[in-house]
Design a protein around this ligand. Structure first.
Ligand code: HEM
Length: 156
């Protein structure tokens, strides 16, 4: 395993935790805001920014691995047709990548829509819906064994 691959896998693996923690905080704060009928706070704004920034970093590192570094996706791309018949290669080449990109687009769209509405209840609702769906998709695509692909939860 070359060192660039190690570094990017390490970054991508740990950044997943930042994404999950930030995502849960963003959603919990939106639920609290809705039930308490409170204003959309600077705290929420800050954590939404952390959530989106960590997603952008994940996308960047993911694309680098996908096209230039990972031997797994290199193998899949060398014969895409054959890779589609192998559930592990298909997971990395298609499912993990495509579903996560959709999730990132949804989270980004939500953040734009939150900025476009001025009332706090609307901001909480839009955060809850768009970031909520994004987080569910992200969770489903983390290789924890559910789709037959398992990777360490903490990579050292
Ligand atoms: C929020 C989104 C994402 C999360 C939470 C996530 C999470 C993960 C995790 C936990 C791993 C396993 C790392 C390890 O083995 O320690 C992984 C691997 C990988 N991910 Fe992501 N990922 C996301 C988005 C993406 C995107 C958008 C792409 C591509 C554009 C991508 C491409 C890859 C690749 C190529 C691998 C390594 C496959 C290999 O060589 O074994 N990921 N991802």
């Amino acid at each position: 395993m070359n060192s660039l691959y190690n570094i990017t896998l390490f970054l991508h693996s740990w950044n997943r935790w930042l994404i999950l923690v930030a995502g849960v905080i963003v959603i919990a704060a939106a639920i609290k805001g809705l039930t308490a009928k409170s204003d959309y706070s600077p705290f929420q704004k800050r954590w939404s920014l952390i959530f989106l920034s960590s997603l952008h970093l994940q996308l960047l590192v993911g694309i680098l691995m996908y096209f230039f570094i990972s031997p797994v996706t290199a193998l899949a791309l060398s014969d895409f047709g054959a890779a589609m018949k192998d559930s592990v290669l298909r997971f990395w080449a298609v499912e993990h990548t495509l579903v996560n990109i959709i999730a990132i687009v949804l989270a980004q769209t939500g953040s734009i829509l939150v900025k476009r509405i001025s009332n706090s209840a609307g901001k909480h609702k839009r955060t809850l819906i768009w970031s909520g769906i994004a987080l569910i998709l992200i969770l489903a695509m983390i290789p924890m064994g559910m789709m037959g692909v398992e990777r360490p939860l903490f990579r050292f």
